[in-house]
Design a binder for this molecule. Structure first.
Ligand code: EPZ
Length: 418
């Protein structure tokens, strides 16, 4: 088991390259199960979640090989439609294999994914979409079992624009005869990347990125090469690192359009974000303004940036208010930030922040992926030394984050816990 040792107070300066998007790659890896040949993915970072998904695909019979940041997945040998609990529980996104298996094999048995710390993570909208296309879904002993009864493309309305449900239904519909329309679809960039990937395999999907997606089912999906989009949340995390340390960082391999909600919010606080060398340059200032943040589905402010933004606002004089509308339990970073000097009061989904600059390093524990990122940011700001434990959460979604931070001037070490 490792820990991070961070000594705060340094302004980060230099250049960082963003890795491929975890939340684009995971559904695309699941969709590779539908390919009767090889899929070659480029820009794939070395992340624990990607290792778990690779293990899941292997259990289903696919052959997965990694060559640097290239992942080669051969779905032609898939011969098993059951994903056991031992794998499914380890990652929420394992539920995405359900749509791919139903699409290609018209059957699937997938154990319920782990209920992540940030919320219950139900599957009701996924199941509603599958059922609307005529798949019979039974839930037994923690397993979702699906099989084609009389399947045909249909229209389905999502009660909330769920990212995973949109992706799962898109995958099943892409090989279900007829036309399926997903209404109130999630509009995240990762869904557009999945549509582009599936269409290059031969699917016929239109509308991803809008709130209605139209899918014409096809019989076969073939081989494809695809480079995944950059990780907008990793980019946002480094933007906050520049802001909170009052530094000056050039961030490359970003799609600026995907970062608009974060750019706008940082601008309200007083952080300068400029187009720079094909990427962006983020310049911190000595004085910032407090502001309010409300997390919303894309193109609103992303819930995956809430903990990082809360940490920055906690160092800004004045009162800021954060409202987390997506997940019911996504403030687990608050008690850890309080240990370092933050003044945050949580009432249900609302967090009231009284910003101050009296932060001291402490021993803190990551509770989930983005909370862990927030603790690193807090350590970069606080006086003295911060020790961060439970790094397995951070390793799920950030590739070598301590090395990337060290390369731009952070005093940060990763070491084993004796
Ligand atoms: C995806 O999770 C992301 N994960 C999450 O990123 C992200 O926070 C989330 O979308 C929201 O943007 C991946 O893409 C792998 P949802 P997902 O279904 O698909 C409710 C990270 O840090 N809901 O959009 O699980 C649900 O309870 C992770 O990288 C239902 O009610 O999120 C939640 O309140 C964390 N019924 C809301 O929808 C359902 O059937 C949004 O969840 C499904 C979801």
């Amino acid at each position: 088991m490792d820990k991070l040792l961070v000594r705060g107070g340094r302004a980060l300066k230099g250049h960082v390259e963003i890795s491929g998007s975890k939340n684009a790659i995971l559904p695309i890896m699941a969709a590779s199960l539908m390919c009767s040949g090889e899929v070659i993915l480029s820009g794939v970072p070395d992340l624990e979640d990607i290792n778990v998904m690779s293990e899941a695909l292997t259990i289903l019979g696919a052959v997965v090989k990694r060559e640097g940041d290239i992942l080669v997945i051969d779905g032609s040998s898939v011969n098993n439609c059951e994903l056991p609990e031992c794998v499914s529980r380890r990652m929420r996104a394992s539920n995405l294999v359900m749509g791919a298996l139903l699409g290609r094999f018209k059957q699937a048995r997938v154990a319920y994914p782990g209920g992540c710390a940030i919320g219950s993570r139900p599957m009701d909208l996924h199941i509603k979409g599958f059922k609307s296309m005529g798949y019979e879904i039974t839930e037994e002993h923690g397993l979702m079992a699906g099989r084609a009864v009389s399947i045909a493309g249909k229209e389905t309305m999502l009660d909330v624009p769920s990212v995973g449900a949109t992706e799962n239904i898109m995958m099943a519909a892409s090989m279900t005869p007829g036309t399926t329309i997903i209404r109130n679809a999630a509009r995240e960039p990762e869904i557009v990347d999945l549509q582009n990937f599936l269409n290059r395999m031969g699917a016929r999907i239109k509308g991803a990125g809008l709130d209605a997606i139209r899918i014409e089912g096809v019989d076969r999906l073939g081989r494809v090469e695809h480079t995944v989009i950059p990780d907008r949340i990793e980019a946002g995390t480094f933007m906050v690192a520049a802001a909170i340390t009052r530094g000056d960082i050039w961030i490359e391999n970003v799609v600026t359009e995907h970062l608009q909600p974060v750019i706008a919010k940082l601008g309200e606080i007083g952080v300068e974000v400029l187009p720079w060398g094909g990427g962006i340059r983020v310049v911190g200032n000595p004085y910032y303004h407090p502001t309010d943040v409300k997390t919303m589905p894309y193109p609103g402010f992303p819930t995956d940036m809430q903990a990082q933004m809360m940490t920055l606002l906690s160092t800004v004089d004045g009162t800021s208010v954060v409202v987390e509308t997506i997940f019911e339990n996504r403030y687990m970073h608050v008690p850890e930030l309080r240990r370092m000097g933050a003044d945050i009061k949580v009432e249900g989904r609302v967090a009231i922040i009284k910003g101050n600059q009296r932060w001291e390093g402490a021993c803190v524990e990551a509770s989930d992926l983005r909370a862990g990122a927030a603790l690193i940011l807090a350590g970069l700001y606080a006086n003295g030394e911060t020790q961060i434990f439970q790094l397995e959460h951070i390793d799920r979604g950030y590739e070598r984050i301590h090395e990337k931070l060290k390369n731009i001037g952070a005093d940060i070490e990763r070491m084993s816990v004796s």
